[in-house]
Design a binder for this molecule. Sequence first.
Ligand code: KIV
Length: 301
Amino acid sequence: MSHLVEQQQSGEKITLSYLQAAKEQGRKLVMLTAYDYPTARLADEAGVDMILVGDSLANTALGYENTLRVTLDEMLVAARAVRRGVRRALVVADLPFGTFQAGNDEAMRAALRFVKEAEAEAVKLEGGRQRLSLVRQMVENGIPVMGHVGLTPQSVLQMGGFRLQGKTLASARRIVDDALALEAAGAFALVLEVIPSRLTRIITEKIRIPTIGIGAGPDANGQVLVINDLLGLNFQRTAKFVRKYADLRSTMEDAIGRFITDVREGVYPSTEETYSVPSEVAEQLEQLGGGDDPGYVIFSE
Ligand code: KIV
């Protein structure tokens, strides 16, 4: 058994070299998004390899229409909560829109905040060739970078919607070139989002670093899903690549509905769910009665 397989089984911390070895040994990697402590803890304890504090925080948890409006400070709150819930998985924080478009210095400062304030172990950023100098600068300064090509939701205004990318030969070539360039710049892994599966296979064979697919078919070295999609806890239309493993929205609607009914019908709380005092104290309390007694009498010695 290799050291890295033992490492996984013994619950040791996932490292970049573990991820690289997984690709080389043909073991699939699993990444999930999380935005809070309980979800991160459950995902980590279940054994995912990476937890992404995605900017999908915007539309899954904060109610924004898309990912453009979520701020670095909002992302940092989520990243800190996630970090507190994770022992084993690699925690990756997504640089939100606006933190790297205004220049490398600002982007470096944002990435450093993730590392120093939230103990993120890597950052992810969207885009290909236009990000190479930034990726190089981050990696040279000790910040591991996960690239993200194909459908890049932060470019929604430019793309005019969320569509399959890499359908034409020219756009497929651009994505392959971006992937190769990001690897050369030092990225340790690459998210491939909503591209044809054949293109995923070609990129995955061409680059040495692991590819993590979302809507990119089965041939990536790993898969990522947005946790709310997987759990069926969302209000937006889900894409065809999403597999819903639970229906938490219905579970929550049902639980909240039953609570409302129980309170209104007076069946919650029951005697078992209610605290009592010893009978002699209860009698004295009764003698105090309601009336016009000022409340403080109840608490006097
Ligand atoms: O923010 C996010 O959830 C992502 C994943 C879709 C990869 O970037």
